[in-house]
Ligand binder design. Structure first.
Ligand code: CA
Length: 234
C-alpha cells in the first residue's frame, strides 16, 4: 500500500510516516506543501491520501478539490485543527472520505486509514480469500488450508495487492510503485525474487491460486478454476 501524506509540520509528518512504515508496512511519500501534494497526487497512484487543511501554498481544501476535479477517487482522510462542524460538512461535500481532528490518537489514524483503503477497494472485511488461501490484513497472517504460511512483510504486501486484483495484469513497475515510495531505489529484479519466493511458499494445487508471469507485461493472479473468490469476515 502506498500513502501520500500532505502535511507541512515536518516533525509530525516524519513521525506519521515512520509509524505507517513500521506498524503496517505502507510506503509513504511526504509533501510539505499543498502544491507539492497536488503534484504528487497527479504523478503517482496512491491507495490513500492523508491531507492536512492548513498548508502553505495551495490550501488543503484546494488540493482536495483539484484531486476530485480530475476524477481521481483515491480515498482522502483530512487532518484538521478546525473543530468547526460546518467546515467538516463542507469538506465531506467536496469529496473527502473521513477526517480526524488534531490532536489525534496514532492508533485511531492507522485504523481509519486501513478502513478507508479497504472501502476504497470495495472490500469491507479484513480477510481476503481466494481458493484455499486466506489473507488476514489485520493480523497480517496468511493460511493455506489448515497451514499457516510465513511471509516476509514485502511478500505479504505483494500477495495482498494481487488478491485485491484477481485476473488483472499487473506490471512490475506498478508493483514497485505500490511497494516503495519515491526515496527507494527501484530495481525491478527485486520483484522477481519476491514473486518466486511467494510461489515457493504457496503450495500449488487445483484448489489454490496461481501467479502467472506474462513476459514483458507483468504478472496475473489466477483463482483456482472451480471456485470463486470472496471477501468475508473471519
Ligand atoms: Ca498544517
Amino acid at each position: 500500500m502506498r500513502v501520500l501524506l500532505i502535511e507541512d509540520e515536518i516533525r509530525l509528518a516524519e513521525n506519521l510516516a515512520t509509524a505507517f512504515r513500521e506498524a503496517v508496512g505502507f510506503a509513504v511519500d511526504i509533501a510539505n506543501s499543498g502544491d507539492i501534494g497536488a503534484s504528487f497526487a497527479e504523478q503517482a497512484s496512491y491507495d490513500l491520501i492523508i491531507l492536512d487543511l492548513m498548508l502553505p501554498g495551495l490550501s488543503g481544501v484546494h488540493v482536495l478539490r483539484s484531486i476530485r476535479s480530475r476524477g481521481d477517487h483515491t480515498p482522502i482522510l483530512i487532518l484538521t485543527a478546525i473543530a468547526d462542524v460546518s467546515s467538516v460538512i463542507g469538506l465531506l461535500n467536496d469529496g473527502a472520505d473521513d477526517y480526524l481532528a488534531k490532536p489525534f490518537d496514532l492508533g485511531e489514524l492507522i485504523a481509519r486509514a486501513k478502513a478507508l483503503i479497504r472501502r476504497g477497494k470495495g472490500v469491507s472485511h479484513p480477510v481476503l480469500r481466494i481458493g484455499d488461501i486466506e489473507l488476514n490484513t489485520l493480523e497480517q497472517s496468511v493460511t493455506q488450508g489448515e497451514a499457516s504460511i510465513s511471509l516476509s512483510p514485502t511478500e505479504f504486501r505483494i500477495l495482498e495487492y494481487f488478491m485485491h486484483r484477481p485476473r488483472v495484469v499487473i506490471s512490475k513497475q506498478k508493483l514497485l510503485e505500490h511497494l516503495y515510495d519515491f526515496n527507494w531505489e527501484h530495481h525491478s529484479n527485486v520483484i522477481e525474487v519476491h514473486i518466486s519466493n511467494l510461489r515457493r511458499k504457496l503450495t500449488e494445487s487445483e484448489q489454490s491460486l496461481r501467479l502467472e508471469t506474462l513476459r514483458g507485461r507483468g504478472y496475473r493472479l489466477h483463482p483456482p478454476a472451480h471456485t470463486h473468490h470472496s471477501e468475508q469476515a473471519p
